[in-house]
Write a new protein. Structure first.
Length: 79
């Protein structure tokens, strides 16, 4: 049913934990000015969208009628 798993010597596992490569990775390229400006604009757009959604959504979250916006039906006017 299952294939036989071979035992791994403990020394090999311990050695694998300590392994360090002697090859250094290449230095990271610095982002260009246009990339930095693009990332900044995207971040500002996302932040402005969140703030705008809060500003436009707050009136919908208020409970009860607003102080200056009361509605009266024709039945309650007593005609």
């Amino acid at each position: 049913m299952f294939g036989r798993r071979e035992a791994v010597p403990f020394a090999f596992v311990a050695e694998a934990q300590r392994f360090r490569s002697n090859v250094t990775p290449p230095p990271r390229e610095r982002p260009s000015l246009s990339e930095v400006a693009g990332r900044t604009l995207i971040g500002l757009t996302v932040a402005a969208g969140l703030v705008g959604s809060l500003l436009f959504g707050m009136p919908a979250l208020e409970s009860g009628p607003a102080a200056g916006h009361t509605q009266q039906s024709e039945a309650s006017q007593g005609r």
